[in-house]
Design a protein around this ligand. Structure first.
Ligand code: FAD
Length: 522
């Protein structure tokens, strides 16, 4: 195929990974990316955590909140926001699926389900934790050698740094305290360690957090020749993937500034529009494999906040270490995280992952006269992610007769925890109590967050080995029964796991993109 055109729907890290691999590996190929939300930063897709000015950062987060962006949305020339009094936004930069206004989705059993609508997607707002899947978290039909290769490539694309904050003496002290508590029950190599994160450590000790910008790399560098074969259109809503005789022929896209609609032909369409809106767009386009939207999983999360105890930590770090660390942190006051540790998933005894964020202040304000306020040794915000076993019944479904706020068949999410999950959540809660006591004193006791809170939504466009109704796409993410149509994102992950999913989804995308590149004449 000479000089093929690829349309990518969605500008998050996964759409970006497809764009990068395809432009770099298919000579002459052109990638046109459509993003429903606005561009937030001068460099497209940059993490908003890198924005130094607090007001600018807040604005960038607000305009990412789609139907909940209120007046800012209107100022972009979009129809009035559908914000309602008293609603809450799950996390800054995201908007709830069930936001309660007109055209809202229905998700009472999964109330914290959310999305981001902006260039860079959730990847402009994420925490950047990028551990690798282990043991049964990996997709079984991809062999270990290929996994290792795909993960290496995904780490390169996301600028993963394995030793972030490794020089934090307090961070190292926290690892030692966890090691003392859990040493005897974890397999070799799966004990407490630093959490790999996506970002570039800077000479001053701060971090430049990664978003779609680093994944796109040369595609958004005007000096690089690759940039001539890449277009990114923000505020452009893809309303339909057009399919003729079993083959995707392109997309219909609405320019949200002018309200004009046009057809854009393509040799390949990649839909990477998140785990809810990817299946919704396929459904709206008449592409409806049995498993579409089903097998929804996430990570039930138990979290707590702990005040670091001076006597405990001083076994491993000195006052002088702390002074040096406070001086280093003061260089970058807008980014409150000082160290990130974890205990990864392992089998058979630890099917959980613990994430431990060390920061100078607790994540919620404590009154100045609170006995635990202003702790010189700081605080840890930590949580266990647990597994959800995939079941057909847990699903997002779509109603052709009820349009949502964008005019798409509206979503209803149905989701339930079973005994399996309850048992693992109880075991993780017990471990969290032990971890907290090992480090200091709870100022927020362990608690299970409402379903959807992990923001790691998986399974709704899962890949599988056979077109037997239990998967939406083949092992290379090609939608069953439609040529030239590929899905990307956490929705493709079919396993029960606890790993933060983005690195894994980028790895799956690299696999899909390499296969697509072959077909396009790489
Ligand atoms: P997204 O990043 O969600 O991007 C999808 C894009 O598609 C959106 O911008 C959307 O507007 C666009 N879109 C949707 N429909 C259409 C349409 N019809 N037309 C055009 N565009 C459309 N993951 C981790 O692995 N580690 C973490 O530490 C982590 N922390 C997180 C913290 C926060 C606060 C948040 C919000 C998320 C976090 N995540 C984390 C999740 C992570 O951000 C996602 O896994 C990742 O962004 C998924 O990438 P994606 O490209 O598949 O989707």
């Amino acid at each position: 195929m000479s000089e093929p055109t690829v349309v990518v729907v969605g500008s998050g890290p996964i759409g970006a990974a497809y764009a990068r691999v395809l432009v770099e590996s298919v000579p002459g190929a052109k990638v046109v990316m459509f993003e429903a939300g606005p561009q937030l930063t001068a460099i497209p897709g940059e993490s908003v955590r890198n924005i130094a000015d607090p007001a600018e950062k807040k604005h960038a987060r607000e305009i990412s909140q789609g139907p909940q962006a209120g007046s800012l949305r209107e100022s972009l020339g979009l129809p009035a926001g559908v914000a309602v009094e008293g609603m809450f936004t799950a996390r800054e930069g995201t908007h709830l699926i069930d936001f309660g206004g007109e055209g809202s989705g229905h998700a009472s059993s999964f109330p914290a389900a959310a999305a981001s609508t902006n260039v860079g997607g959730m990847g402009a707002h994420w925490t950047c934790a990028t551990p690798s899947p282990q043991f049964s978290e990996r997709i079984p039909f991809i062999d270990d050698a290929e996994w290792d290769d795909l993960l290496t490539e995904a780490k390169k694309l996301l600028h993963v740094s394995s030793a972030a904050f490794a020089d934090s003496a307090v961070g190292a002290g926290i690892r030692s305290l966890l090691e003392d508590e859990f040493r005897d029950e974890l397999p070799e190599g799966y004990g407490p360690s630093t959490l790999p994160v996506a970002g570039d450590p800077q000479p001053d000790g701060s971090m430049r957090w990664a978003g779609s910008d680093v994944v796109l790399g040369p595609l958004i560098d005007p000096e690089a020749p690759e940039s001539a074969r890449f277009e990114l259109h923000d505020l452009s809503l893809v309303t339909r993937v057009e399919v003729e005789d079993g083959r995707a022929t392109g997309v219909t896209v609405e320019d949200l500034r002018t309200r004009e609609t046009r057809f854009v032909p393509a040799d390949l369409v990649v839909v990477a529009a998140d785990a809810f809106r990817t299946p919704q767009l396929l459904w709206a386009s008449g592409v409806r494999p049995t498993a579409l939207g089903h097998y929804l999983t996430e990570h039930p999360v138990v979290i707590s906040t702990v005040k670091v105890d001076a006597d405990l930590i001083e076994q491993y770090a000195t006052e002088a270490d702390l002074d040096a660390e406070i001086a280093r942190r003061s260089i970058n006051p807008v980014d409150p995280v000082a160290a990130v540790n974890r205990i990864p998933f392992s089998e058979p005894n630890h099917p959980f992952s613990l994430q431990v964020m060390y920061a100078e202040n607790p994540p919620f304000p404590l009154p100045a006269d609170h006995p635990d306020a202003d702790n010189r040794w700081g605080y840890v915000n930590m949580g266990y992610g647990t597994r959800k076993q995939p079941r057909f019944e847990d699903a997002v479904t779509f109603d052709d007769d009820e349009p949502d706020y964008r005019g798409f068949p509206n979503m209803t999410i149905r989701y339930e925890l079973t005994e399996n999950e309850e048992r693992e959540i109880a075991a993780a809660t017990e471990r969290l109590r032990r971890a907290g006591r090992a480090i200091g004193k709870f100022i927020a006791e362990p608690r299970l967050l409402p379903p959807g809170s992990s923001l790691h939504f998986m399974g709704t466009t899962r890949i599988g080995v056979a077109d037997d109704g239990t998967s939406v796409a083949d092992p290379w993410s090609r939608v069953w029964g439609v040529d030239g149509l590929v899905v990307g994102g956490n929705g493709t992950i079919p396993t029960a796991n606890t790993v933060n999913p983005t690195l894994m989804s980028v790895a799956v995308a690299v696999r899909g993109a390499r296969k697509a590149a072959e077909a396009l004449g790489a």
